[in-house]
Design a binder for this molecule. Sequence first.
Ligand SMILES: [Zn+2]
Ligand SMILES: [Zn+2]
Length: 407
Amino acid sequence: MNLELVSRELVDDDSIPVSEITDRIASWLQDQPDRGVGEAVDCLLATQDERVAEFAAQYLALLPGLHTQKTRVTERLRIDEDLVPVAGRLVPWLPTQLLEGMVRNYVEGDDPDAPLVDVVYEVGLYHPGLLRPHLSRIEDPDIRLAMMSGAPDAYVPAFVERWRQEGKIGALDLLARMRTEAAARALLDLRDELSDSAQWETFVEMAGRLPDSAERSGYRPAFLGSIADRGESPHVMGGVQPGEVPLCPLCGRATARVLTLSAADLPFSLGGGDPVFFWFTCRCYVVDSVAVKITPDGLQVFEGPRGAAEADAQVVPGERSLVLEPHPNQLGISLDATGGNARHQVGGLPRWITPAPHPRCPECASVMRFVASIDSGPTPFGRLNLDGTLYGFWCDPCHVSSVLHQA
Ligand SMILES: [Zn+2]
Ligand SMILES: [Zn+2]
């Protein structure tokens, strides 16, 4: 058996849902030598079936690094019109020169719907600067919105003017999505001009600043996160948190530890200990956030019951870890997320499903800084017990972490 045969058997069976095919292929690949990297690469170098290629590329995109292998398969995929959309998944790991070549092919082809559009879309998210020289030739509204990330300071006065003259809130939304210092300063200056303070806070935070202090709303630098096996990274995911954990206020089911960041292994100055993030394993959804304080005596839970951790109450399949590598877009992706794509992040600014204000610390009432997001979707070890995306925030002076959920 090889990956081509295994995949084709699954994709040809209409009774198997796509998410199950992803999980079964990941499970098969995990059992192969080098965790299936060689199988996935060989398949992507040879297959003629875009459905098979899609699953192989999706698996490779769950694994950190492997820049050489991801580049090699993309060089093959780009010469085949049917297969090239699949390369979109690998964009975060591809070299600039290869991406520039594909972007040039797309704009010179003069067809906005050409198969390369899927790759160009991902370039807009991860390397918007590579698209900027071609702005006038890119029509897709989503790709143009993605290009707001890191847009030139010269745009700022025009957006402010459009807001002041025409009252268009959309102009401030675009300003917030620039995520530059110039945009943040302009939004801070507009405080008294917006009657909706939550809206103003959201914009200022999206641009990278906290509304109630001179600090940044996230940490630098930004990392991509990939869920790897236990011990591969000091940032622990899943497993069972010793001691008491928050419980669901409705059904009493234990929450699960999603992530503990190892402060000593991060380049940020987190003085308040190792941030730990919990989430519900039931689907009661009576509250949309979980906040805990890390104290020398264990966890203090805000606004809710606490009790013993349960081994079978899990969000992450088993005990794993989160491997970090530099995020290609250090300013932050401008286009909102959909959730479910296994796109995890530590540091940087949140990519919201629906832009929202950061939570306030339940202890000191200061606005909290964003520190990590964990997306739902596949992992190499099975699916996360989660929908949408979790956003983790941290108040360093109080040692308090808070998780918000969006779907
Ligand atoms: Zn519940
Ligand atoms: Zn606080």
